[in-house]
Each structure stands twice: as C-alpha cells, then as structure tokens.
Design a protein around this ligand. Sequence first.
Ligand SMILES: [Zn+2]
Ligand SMILES: [Zn+2]
Ligand SMILES: [Zn+2]
Ligand SMILES: [Zn+2]
Length: 427
Amino acid sequence: MLTNLLRISTLVPSTYVQMTSVWILVWDAFISFTAHGLVSAIPVPQTSAAWSRAYSVKNMSSETITLTVSCLCKANVHSATIPKSSLPLQAHVCHCDTCRHISGSLYTSLAYWPAPRSTVDLSRYKSYNFSPPFDALFCPTCSAPVWGVFKDEKLPLLVATGALENIACDTEVVKWAPQGFVGDTIDGGASHWLKSINTSGPKLKSFKCSPRGDDAEELPADWPTQPHTSEEKQDTLLIRCKCQGVHFLLHHNDYDGVKNEDLTWNVNPTTRKIKAELCGCDSCRLQGGTDVCYWTYSDMQNISFLSDKGETGFPSDMDGLSALIDEHDPRVGSLKYYRSSPNVCRYFCGTCSATIFYANKKRPHLIDIAVGVLEAKDGARAEGMLWWPFERGIGSKEDANGGWREGVFGRIEKAAVEYGRTRDSSA
Ligand SMILES: [Zn+2]
Ligand SMILES: [Zn+2]
Ligand SMILES: [Zn+2]
Ligand SMILES: [Zn+2]
C-alpha cells in the first residue's frame, strides 16, 4: 500500500489521502540531492504546514503524549505534545561517509519532529552546512547535533533520535525505514545489527545508496560477501571530522616486548588490535545524537599530530590536551571540549560538531576515540586496527531500562551478538 501511496504522490500534488476517517500523510516524491547521502535518503513531506495538519488538532482529544528532546548540557530542551495515535515518528539511518564523519557514530539517525518549525527556538544552536539545501544545528557548548533543518523553512525539522527522551510508552515511538548508503561502509558498518531495530515489521533492507528512486540498489542480506574480519593490520588511521578541521593520526602499536599480562584491557592479547564497543549510555547518545555510540580505546601515546616528525607531540593526558585547546594551539585545529563532569572531558569539532574523543581522569593515559571519525580503507569498522568483541553487547544499556529505548537496545544487542557468533563460526 505504501508503494501505491508513493506512486499516487508522484502523480497528484495533494499531500494527503483520506483513508476512512484517518488522514494519512503521503510522502512527497523524495528529493534527491546527489552526493549528499543524508538528504537523499529522506523522503520529504511537501510543507511544514501540511505536516502539522497530519497531526490534526481535532485528534487531540484522543490520548496524547509529550516528546522531549535535549542536548547533553541541557542548554537546549524542547517538547511537543501530540496524539499518541500519530506515533511512531518516521526515522531514517544513513551510513554514508559524510554522516559518519559529521557524527563520530557509524551512521546518523534522524526522525521528523512532529511539531511546526515555528514552535521550536533554534536561536541558540550553531549551524553547519551539511549540503546546499540542508544544515545541521548543534549545541555550541556540548556539540549535540540535535536538529537537521532544510533551508526551505516550509519543510519540517528533523531531530536526532538519540536526543529523544527515553519515556515509557506502550506505543512504538520511532520506526526506522530501510537503511541508506550502506555501500559507503565497505564492510557493512553497523547495518548488520540495525536490521532488526524496529518493534514490528520486516527486517530493514540495506541499500547501496539512496533507498528510494528508480536507481535504488538493494544489497543482498549477506553483503558484503567477502570475509568480514580484516586480517591485514593497518598501521595508521586518519582521525578526521567532516569539515577536516580536526586531523590527527592513530598509530597501531604492537607492544613488542610487552607480556600479555601487562597489556591494558583495551589491547587484544592475540592480535594486539584495540578494542571497539557499542555504548548505550545517556551521555553518549545525548552528545552524539545516535541511540548507540561507537568507541575505540587507545593509549594517547599512539596518537600524533599530522605535523609531528618522529616523536609524537600529542599530549599524554586529558589536561594536556585541554590546555592546548585553551591556548589555541594550531595543531588541535577546530577541536573543542565540554567538561561534562570534573573528571570527564568530551572533545568535538567546534565547526562541524563531530564527536572525536572522550577522556576520563580515572584512566589518565587512555582516550576513547569515536569510531565514525576514523578513515580506514578496509571499512567503517576499521577492523585492520580495531577488535570488536560483539558478545559483550551494548555497554551501559541499563540507562535505557524502563523506556521505549530498552526494546530498541535489546533488539540491537541480540543482532550484534548473533552477528559476532556467525562471523566466529565462519572464520
Ligand atoms: Zn549520510
Ligand atoms: Zn548542549
Ligand atoms: Zn569538523
Ligand atoms: Zn557512553
């Protein structure tokens, strides 16, 4: 039926089709902005006014629900009360290179915000032009990329699903559409464990580029079919954000001469690759904008500035790195930080908002690096340098307990563990 509605929408200018007594929003023919994955992956309703009519006020007498979004530092909090019957919010994940490098996550995840744009105060956000018709708005203090806005103000706002409050709700809050631009990941990225993310409906299909349009190319369920684990070690990876204002190098360290029992917990004793993990904590999602965030852990001595010759000049602890930012040292580029607690600094690009590092004084020489900003030729998961123990599931997933996200995490974790098991058995 959806296909038919989509077809209707391409033939008639009307935005809505009345079915029995329910007004159903008919997606306008998608807009395709080539080379800008995020936007071309998203179907666009015709106008914001038409969009808000979809949540007709006359339905407000039915049960309502209040949705809230916020950034990590809480300088920006917004709410909308809508009929429960208008849920779920329609969302989309995009795995394109740009989305990974602007978020630091392995994808971006955006849903249409169900209230008119005029009701949302966007004045305290900083803007980064993502593509000609589309800007990302982020909190300048904590870097949370809360909104996606079209230059055309008649179009509705898109909200990062990670910024949505984890309310308890007996109705599906977010429903994700097929996954876009999975082809950019080379290794499938996170698409394997997002397939079963929805409460109901079929598994999400993966598309090489845009999931819509005549040239939409669906990828086979087992794509990529070549061996998933990269045996070829990578010695150096670029750490870079979308705007390229942040540019560092991450070096592989074999820890020659170090006994296994003396290795830190982040180094695999067999391969000496560094550990990567899924994190479901509230702080990461509120800063990064995706419901699950992806981190790897490195000794700070394995990071260098591009300009370093021989010995690395990169600081060996959190205070040293923050001091360089305070001093406007040109080597740190557009890197900024938000001190989210006395012991914790979260580092990000002040120009494009990409999450870059997390540092905690309790482990002074180790730093967490957002996997999405790594540039690895073998794929988004950078398995030539990173080790992914999928059997551990999602870290800090208990933060979602009691809310709508608990089920989302349960399904993601189950799929990730299963993915890891399948790889191990076929290795
Ligand atoms: Zn994208
Ligand atoms: Zn903030
Ligand atoms: Zn940047
Ligand atoms: Zn976290």
